[in-house]
Design a protein around this ligand. Structure first.
Ligand SMILES: Nc1nc2c(ncn2[C@@H]2O[C@H](COP(=O)(O)OP(=O)(O)OP(=O)(O)O)[C@@H](O)[C@H]2O)c(=O)[nH]1
Ligand SMILES: [Mg+2]
Ligand SMILES: [Zn+2]
Length: 300
């Protein structure tokens, strides 16, 4: 047996299919690898250790500790992995498919709970009037007020792309959002050599056609990565304890612990510091409604 065969090397998971993964090794080559059966499910962005077996097949033998694990729950599984080791999530929204505040709040909460930085991108500004743009700016202003950067961009016309490009430097970013909002188009605008598939919007339904079907990681340089993810219709939050949901709403933090009841759910309880903050316009009614909507959906 040659020395090479026992050598253990690190790599990053680019994508996964069934029980095989595509990994990017230290020489920046993409190789298909099998995964040791005892390992948990791997996901795009995972850092792993692999080695060659006697048949010169690549085998992933260890999963290195993760940070920034973005997950969601679906009707089939409580924890569906989206991407690992994510530093920043770009939440993409647009006019078509229609902007959905509730979905945005779910993504934002999932990122907060996973300690992932958030940037909101409103894409396709080339397709709307100045008046419509001003309206979206007023809808998104509350997010800026609580510290989330919002960028108004057009992937197609290359507008505003430079405004957030540098934020991926030395980081791993993920593009998330509904099908058809332009995630893959933004990736291509940032990085023309990456050639992700770009789909159409259905004329009938104004919805995307689920063109990207699995998450894939693209190396922008040796230390900067961007993950394109498939669009989803509904984003179920993966939360064990409903009490932790309030921590997904960053502007609630200053008021938590000040309610009359220690187990206050911040919905209809008297002397609730959150509902008081809403009355005093320190928290928006819309964000509180989102919180209550998500909380109700957790017990369904
Ligand atoms: N006018 C305009 N169209 C855009 C822009 N960005 C994307 N599109 C169009 O929107 C459609 C969907 O784009 P994709 O990049 O495939 O969207 P996606 O979010 O990756 O969709 P899924 O992979 O299905 O989740 C395509 O027809 C794009 O050409 C933009 O800035 N302006
Ligand atoms: Mg796509
Ligand atoms: Zn309360």
């Amino acid at each position: 047996m040659s020395e090479e065969i026992n050598k253990q090397m690190t790599a990053t998971v680019i994508s996964h299919f069934g029980n095989e993964v595509l990994i990017n090794n230290q020489a920046n080559e993409n190789i298909r690898a099998k995964v040791k059966a005892s390992l948990p499910a791997l996901v795009c962005g995972d850092k792993v250790i692999w080695q060659e077996n006697k048949l010169h097949e690549a085998i992933v033998i260890e999963l290195l500790p993760r940070h920034g694990l973005l997950t969601r729950s679906t009707q089939y599984s409580a924890e569906k992995l989206i991407a690992a080791n994510v530093d920043i999530a770009f939440i993409i929204t647009s006019h078509k498919p229609a902007f959905k505040t509730g979905l945005l709040d779910r993504y934002v909460a999932a990122c907060e709970l996973a300690e992932i930085q958030v940037a909101i991108l409103f894409n396709k500004i080339d397709t709307i009037s100045d008046e419509e743009l001003a309206n979206y700016k007023s809808i998104l202003k509350p997010y800026q007020d609580i510290g989330y950067p919002v960028h108004y961009i057009s992937a197609k016309k290359q507008l505003g792309i430079d405004s957030f490009k540098q934020t991926i430097h030395n980081k791993t970013g993920v593009l998330v959002g509904q099908s058809g909002v332009g995630k893959s188009s933004i990736l291509r605008a940032l990085f023309p050599e990456a050639n992700p598939k770009i789909g159409d919007i259905s004329i009938k339904t104004n919805k995307g056609k689920h063109t990207t079907t699995y998450s894939e990681l693209y190396a922008l340089d040796d230390h900067s990565f961007l993950i394109d993810s498939p669009g989803i219709r509904e984003f179920g939050l993966n939360i064990d304890e409903p009490e932790s949901l309030a921590y997904g709403f960053r502007e609630f933090q200053a008021f938590l612990g000040q309610c009359q009841f220690r187990d206050c759910k911040h919905t209809t309880e008297p002397k609730c510091a959150i509902s008081q903050a809403v009355k005093e316009n320190k928290i928006t009614q819309q964000r509180w409604d989102s919180y209550k909507g998500i909380l109700a959906s957790l017990s369904e």
